[in-house]
Design a protein around this ligand. Structure first.
Ligand code: OOG
Ligand code: NI
Length: 468
């Protein structure tokens, strides 16, 4: 018997979900195929620099999934399943606030948190919980019905949860149990054949298509599985050439000549899928739903809190100019200008301004008299700075992705007071502290600086702008 450590379980889980999702949504396989060729063409054209934000092996295997659950109990159980694969909650996203239309969810992402674990397999799952207790979306009567419907279903059964707990405790499983865990966990996210109550689904859909997708069905499923590409604009054009309708634009930062920051995402529109319904007259038969789509992303450099503040400012500035009629109403055109005016156009510029996170290593032995401050060590070619890739999500892009795939705005009553959710309350629900993404990046940067001092054999003086 062979013992499979956590990271192998995670690798197998990601691969198995990808296989399953491809059989459910064939257009996903097309997306993966196009992504793979975009990546190999990019590496062929750009050479070594292309892999600055992740090796081609990592990027090609890289996926993020999105799932949606209906209650604190279901979220806590999902957390136990993900923990078995070394995926822990990071970041808090309140999409109720980020979205203009009706998206009644709060979210976190389950992902590996250590650099070595991320390098082995970075699989992450954006996980949203329906806020059934938010009166802006659900009346008191509907809340009660919804909560009852959700509490009577089982998304993750006891054998799965027990095996997941064992894998977490032991840091892996012997191979035959590992296989069983991966199979059971994958099956939990498979689309079911159990009939969907048509009247109930439509009632929720009037409020929010997201609420119907979560609380209108007897189980959960992968909403999308997202490959990563090195050139999202190339991907976008190639998909359109294949006749696949993409959403109007790429979400997040624009394409420009400077460094890629954070995360750029786009998707193809939700496809019509067959589902089994129980109709109002009691008959069971086929109908269709449009909720699952294909998303793709390009990842850039992780920003420090100051960098993120600048990003948020640039978004607001882009909005302001768009509203004033600049750029012919095209967001990406305006954003590109705003980027040029505000953001340093080199990685070293970002680093010196304390806007992004980096790791540091010795690149060449020092000759002669060497400086001791970091900037000079880099300028002299003694130390090399490598950008840390952004491993998380963006609330506004997430809201944009949710919204662009809704056929209807839904309804919300903003006169009501919304329920409070925060990183703390969601941590309590999950029973495990949700990590602050900034702390993870800062910790990684600090650890590399500590190692650098050991390797150089002397302390390194750091300018105040660097933030760790
Ligand atoms: C999640 C949407 C957010 C992303 O990549 O920002 C997301 C969902 O549709 O459930 O996946
Ligand atoms: Ni996504």
């Amino acid at each position: 018997m062979v013992f499979q450590p956590t990271w192998e379980l995670r690798r197998d889980f990601a691969a198995e979900l990808s296989r399953m999702y491809g059989t459910e949504v064939p257009a996903y396989d097309t997306l993966v195929e196009v992504s793979t060729s975009v990546n190999s063409d990019f590496v062929a054209a750009q050479g070594a620099d292309a892999e600055r934000l992740g090796s081609i092996e990592r990027v090609t295997a890289e996926r993020h999934g999105a799932i949606r659950v209906g209650s604190p109990r279901e979220l806590a159980q999902a957390a136990r399943v993900f923990a078995a694969f070394g995926m822990f909650p990071v970041g808090f996203y309140d999409l109720r606030e980020a979205a203009k239309s009706s998206v009644p969810v709060v979210s976190t992402a389950f992902r590996p948190v250590d650099a070595e674990e991320l390098a082995r397999n970075p699989f992450r799952v954006f996980t949203s919980m329906l806020t059934t207790d938010d009166p802006r979306f659900f009346s008191a009567d509907l809340q009660e019905e919804l909560q009852e419907f959700i509490s009577s279903r089982v998304l993750f059964d006891e054998p799965l949860l027990a095996l997941a707990d064992r894998a977490s405790r032991d840091g892996g499983l012997e191979d035959r149990f590992a296989r069983r865990l991966v199979d059971m966990a994958t099956a939990a996210f498979e689309l079911t054949e159990t009939p969907v109550d048509h009247a109930w689904y439509r009632r929720l859909e009037e409020i929010s298509a997201v609420a119907a997708d979560i609380g209108g069905v007897p189980s959960t499923h992968i909403n999308h599985l997202t490959p990563r590409v090195l050139d999202i604009d190339d991907l976008y054009h190639r998909m359109e050439e294949r006749g696949i309708a993409m959403i109007d634009e790429v979400q997040g930062p624009p394409a420009w000549e400077g460094p890629d920051i954070l995360l750029r995402q786009t998707s193809f529109r939700a496809l019509e899928e067959k589902r089994v319904f129980r109709f109002e007259d009691g008959t069971v038969g086929e109908g269709s739903l449009r909720v699952r789509f294909g998303e793709v992303e390009q990842r850039g450099i992780a920003l420090t809190p100051q960098g993120r503040e600048l990003y948020d400012h640039m978004l607001a500035e882009t909005d302001r100019r768009l509203a004033a009629g600049e750029g012919g109403g095209v967001r990406t055109v305006v954003a590109e200008l705003v980027w040029r005016e505000n953001l340093p156009d080199t990685e070293e510029g970002l680093r010196r301004a304390g806007l992004a996170y980096f790791t540091y290593s010795v690149s060449a032995p020092a000759v002669g008299e060497t400086p001791t401050d970091l900037d000079s060590l880099i300028a002299h070619g003694v130390v090399k700075a490598t950008p840390i890739v952004y491993e998380d999500f963006l609330p506004r892009s997430a809201a944009g992705i949710f919204q662009s795939n809704l056929t209807d705005e839904g309804t919300r009553d903003n006169a009501q007071q919304g329920t409070d959710y925060s990183l703390e309350t969601l941590s309590e629900i999950i029973g495990h502290p949700i990590a602050d993404p900034y702390e993870l990046y800062a910790r990684q940067e600090a650890a590399s600086l500590h190692q650098l001092e050991i390797d150089l054999g002397h302390p390194v003086h750091i300018e105040a702008t660097i933030n760790s």
